[in-house]
Design a binder for this molecule. Structure first.
Ligand SMILES: [Zn+2]
Length: 251
């Protein structure tokens, strides 16, 4: 049995609400049926031409939308796991906040790229080739983060949030700021084993200036030749919800 921690928690919260309660059976039997039923009910109430009904209808529509988002996430998580596990499209799996990954996903075969750092074995040869070719160009860089399990991601997230709380930030702000630089557990590309953080030996900080190092300049220009792309470009920050990370490469 696969676990969808955030998902079941959210769904349980919805089930407690009276408006959705009557669709609990439908939801359990099939999430899609549940959405259709709520939609139909909302439509029926709306056509009653009554202010109170319209308010109920608006509330239901909102519930419906939230429910749909949860269901989409549920399907995305399942779909991602299947995509990553096999077939030709494994390298195309999209993992982010709206397309989470099953929290129990572990790449079938992990391979060590550096001391204590593992990646999905399917990308090892290309990654090694990229690092070796870079070294041949006189560049000095190393992998500072690779595969991270759900538990490791949770630790990383909590640590980063605690640092912010320690600086006197209030919990909500700390959470919002943390999620722009550390993916919420279950939504990190590092959990796929297909993403690595590579940094320059000369400049080990993870900030925008990392992008100015000759190592990153070379990687940005050549990574595609090895099947990698630089994630979260600065002009897309508003879409990805993640700050520019000129060190995070995804196969
Ligand atoms: Zn990264």
């Amino acid at each position: 049995m696969k676990r969808f921690i955030w998902n079941t928690k959210e769904i349980r919260r919805f089930l407690r609400k009276r408006t959705v309660k009557c669709f609990a059976a439908g939801l359990l039997a099939g999430a899609a049926v549940g959405v259709a039923a709520v939609s139909l009910y909302a439509y029926g109430v709306l056509s009653g031409n009554d202010a109170a009904s319209a308010a109920v209808s608006a509330e239901l529509s909102e519930e419906n939308e939230k429910l749909r988002e949860q269901i989409d996430k549920y399907h995305a998580a399942r779909h991602n796991t299947e995509t990553l596990a096999g077939g030709d499209a494994w390298s195309l799996a999209l993992v982010n906040e709206t397309h989470p990954l099953d929290t129990s996903y572990v790449p079938e075969e992990l391979a060590e790229i550096a001391d204590g750092y593992y990646v999905d074995a399917r990308i090892l040869a290309d990654l090694e080739q990229m690092m070796n070719d870079g070294a041949e160009q006189g560049l000095s860089m190393y992998v500072t983060s690779a595969y991270r399990s759900y538990e490791q991601q949770t630790e990383t997230f909590n640590l980063s949030m605690q640092n912010r709380l320690g600086q006197g930030m209030d919990p909500l702000t700390a959470y919002e700021e943390t999620r722009t630089s550390v993916a919420i557990p279950g939504t990190s590309e590092h959990a796929t084993g297909l993403a690595v953080d590579i940094i320059s030996t000369e400049y080990a900080e993870l900030d925008e200036r990392q992008g100015d190092t000759k190592e990153q300049q070379w990687l940005m220009e050549h990574c595609w030749e090895y099947g990698f792309i630089l994630r979260y470009p600065p002009e897309k920050s508003d879409v990805t919800g993640i700050i520019f990370e000129p060190w995070h490469y995804r196969y």
